[in-house]
Write a protein that binds this ligand. Structure first.
Ligand code: LMR
Length: 333
């Protein structure tokens, strides 16, 4: 009898978990905070299309964009609890769960271009960083690009002095905090989904982001100035709940890995264009003055942010910073 109950219970458990059942597809809930028409949004849609195709519908990917399901911090907790299976938080957002090392990507001017970035993400350092996520109950599957950040505010931002005393919204990264402190600004951590309103109501004076994020969140409608500083990079780590991923039937996981690889190539192949298109739209709207810096002004900004490297060495780790710079060929700041 006991055996029968156990057998029944395990059948019930299999049905409930149901990975291989034909009727009930395996659902991958993918939560993110940006609009669908952004580099991350588009890559997520591509992953959905390919994963569903390669598994003949045995996998269903449900995408929840624009913080509709969870905001920044909540989404990482939800992933760890298994309430969602997949996310793509920016490198700047892993500190609160105890993985500070991804903040190395936030160092000002550390990456001169995307080709240099690729040397890190596609190389041994990129793989080593992903491994740090496993003890946190997640697996890092890929690096997705957004692009380089610009500064926006209701005040014209040309020299480092212009930043003094202004409140800037930042992502939850100590490197970004140090960056704005180096400029004499007041950094304030805030979820991405709250930025537009904070800018509109004057809770903060400015923020830094890529043009695709600025445009799709309509930040340009509530910021009078945008300066093309390209001082930092926003990219993502696609993470999946470890237990879920390892529990998938091997053939299904293999197909999903293939879908992820192709979605990554697709997304990273068009991120520059998405940001360029967004910049063109912002320009066309006429709502924000777009400023560029002369080489001298650019040099002054670089000098002002240089102390950040020392300020954060103990947090991010000097050996990691050195390794990162070595892998980039030392071509950066
Ligand atoms: C931000 O919070 O500014 C960005 O990381 C949002 C995103 O996911 O691109």
């Amino acid at each position: 009898m006991r055996g029968l109950v156990l057998a029944a219970a395990s059948v019930a458990a299999m049905v409930l978990a149901g990975p291989a059942s034909a009727q009930s597809p395996i659902v991958i809930k993918f939560s993110h905070v940006v609009a669908s028409n952004t580099p991350k949004g588009a890559a997520a849609e591509k992953f959905k299309e390919l994963a569903e195709k390669y598994t003949d519908g045995k996998v269903k990917v449900e995408i929840y964009p624009n913080s509709t399901l969870y905001k920044d911090k909540e989404e990482l907790e939800a992933l760890q609890l298994g309430a969602v299976q997949m996310l793509a938080p920016s490198n700047s957002k892993f500190g609160p769960i105890g993985v500070r090392e991804f903040e190395v990507f936030d160092l000002p001017y550390i990456l001169p271009d995307l080709a240099t970035l690729r040397k890190v993400t596609d190389g041994p350092l990129g793989a080593k960083l992903l491994k740090l996520l496993e003890p946190k109950g997640m697996i890092g599957l890929a690096y997705w690009d957004n692009g380089f950040k610009e500064m926006t505010a209701n005040k014209k931002l040309i020299t480092p002095e212009d930043y003094k005393g202004l409140k800037f919204r930042i992502q939850s990264s100590k490197v970004l905090e140090a960056q704005f402190r180096a400029l004499g600004s007041i950094p304030q951590v805030m979820a991405f989904g709250e930025v537009y309103q904070a800018l509109q109501t004057g809770v903060v004076d400015g923020q830094e982001n890529t043009t695709s994020n600025i445009y799709t969140q309509k930040m340009h409608e509530v910021q009078k100035y945008m300066t093309m500083t390209n001082h930092g990079y926003i990219g993502y780590v696609v993470v999946v709940n470890k237990k879920f991923w390892e529990g998938l039937p091997t053939d299904i996981r293999t197909q999903c890995e293939k879908a992820m690889k192709e979605a990554t190539a697709f997304g990273n192949g068009q991120s520059v264009k998405e940001n360029d298109d967004a910049l063109a739209e912002i320009r066309k709207s006429g709502k924000t003055e777009i400023d560029t810096l002369t080489p001298e002004q650019d040099a002054a900004m670089r000098r002002a942010m240089e102390p950040v490297y020392k300020d954060v060495a103990s947090r991010v780790g000097q050996p990691l910073i050195d390794e990162f710079i070595k892998e980039t060929g030392g071509a950066s700041h």
